[in-house]
Ligand binder design. Structure first.
Ligand SMILES: [Zn+2]
Length: 234
C-alpha cells in the first residue's frame, strides 16, 4: 500500500469506521464483519462436520430425501442471534463478501472429507424476479469459494425456480411444504446421473426447500444428494 493510499484509507476509516454487524462496536485491527467478542460467541455446528452422515439435518431429511448422504451446517440459527445478523446482511444489505469471509474463517482440513466426493454444486436458485430485485443469489459467493477450494463445478442452469414464493417466515411447517410443491424444475439433467450432488442454501428451517429441490433431482438417478447450509434452525 502506498503512503497516499494508506492516508486515504485511514481518512475513509475515520469518516466511516466499520462497525460489528451484530453489536455495532467499532471494529479494530484484524476484525472483519464481527468484533472478536461476537465472533467468539458464534454458535458453530461443528458436530455436523464430524458426523456428516448422521446429524440433525440428515435426521430431518432422511425419510423425505431418498438419497440423502452428507449434510452439514456452519452455524445454529437463533432468533436475534449472530448467524441471523450475518444472513440478514448477506441477503438484504448486499454484504456479498460473507461467503468469502466464511472461506477465510471456517474452511478447514476437516471439511475436505465432506467436499472431496462432491461432483456438482447446485445453489438453491432464486426466482428470476427475486434475483433481479436482489441483484445476486445470497449463496453465490459461498458456492464460488467452495468451488475454487475443492474444485467442484457450480451448476446454476440445471435447476430453475418456476414459481415465485412469498416469504416463508410466517408459515407453518405444513404451509411451507405445500408452498414449495412444484416450485423447482429440472431444465437439464446431464449433471445428475450417478453424480454426488451438493445442494447449498442459506438457512434450513423445515427442510421444505431442500426436499422440493432434491425430489426433482432424484428423478435423474444421482449417486447421492448432499446438503450444505449456512445455518440450521433447531
Ligand atoms: Zn460485536
Amino acid at each position: 500500500m502506498s503512503l497516499l493510499t494508506k492516508k486515504i484509507s485511514n481518512l475513509f476509516y475515520s469518516l466511516f469506521p466499520e462497525q460489528c454487524l451484530h453489536c455495532k462496536a467499532l471494529l479494530g485491527n484484524g476484525e472483519e464483519n464481527l468484533c472478536f467478542s461476537c465472533y467468539s460467541k458464534l454458535p458453530l455446528y461443528q458436530a455436523s462436520w464430524v458426523s456428516p452422515e448422521k446429524n440433525l439435518i440428515t435426521e430431518q431429511l432422511k425419510h423425505r430425501v431418498n438419497q440423502i448422504n452428507f449434510a452439514a451446517s456452519y452455524f445454529y440459527y437463533e432468533e436475534d442471534g449472530i448467524p441471523q445478523t450475518l444472513i440478514h446482511h448477506l441477503k438484504y444489505r448486499g454484504f456479498k463478501n460473507i461467503g468469502k469471509w466464511i472461506e477465510n474463517n471456517f474452511f478447514d482440513a476437516n471439511n475436505t472429507l465432506f467436499f472431496r466426493p462432491m461432483d456438482v454444486i447446485i445453489p438453491v436458485p432464486l426466482h428470476p424476479k427475486k434475483r433481479k430485485e436482489r441483484g445476486y443469489n445470497q449463496v453465490d459467493s459461498l458456492c464460488k469459494a467452495l468451488s475454487k477450494r475443492w474444485d467442484i463445478e457450480i451448476d446454476n442452469q440445471s435447476v430453475i425456480r418456476d414459481v415465485y414464493t412469498n416469504s416463508q417466515t410466517q408459515k407453518s411447517k405444513m404451509g411451507r411444504m405445500n408452498n414449495m410443491k412444484g416450485v423447482f424444475c429440472v431444465n437439464s439433467h446431464q449433471n445428475f446421473y450417478q453424480k454426488n450432488v451438493l445442494i447449498v442454501d442459506d438457512v434450513l428451517t423445515t427442510g421444505a426447500t431442500i426436499q422440493a429441490i432434491a425430489q426433482e433431482i432424484e428423478e435423474y438417478q444421482p449417486k447421492s444428494i448432499n446438503v450444505l447450509v449456512l445455518a440450521i434452525v433447531v
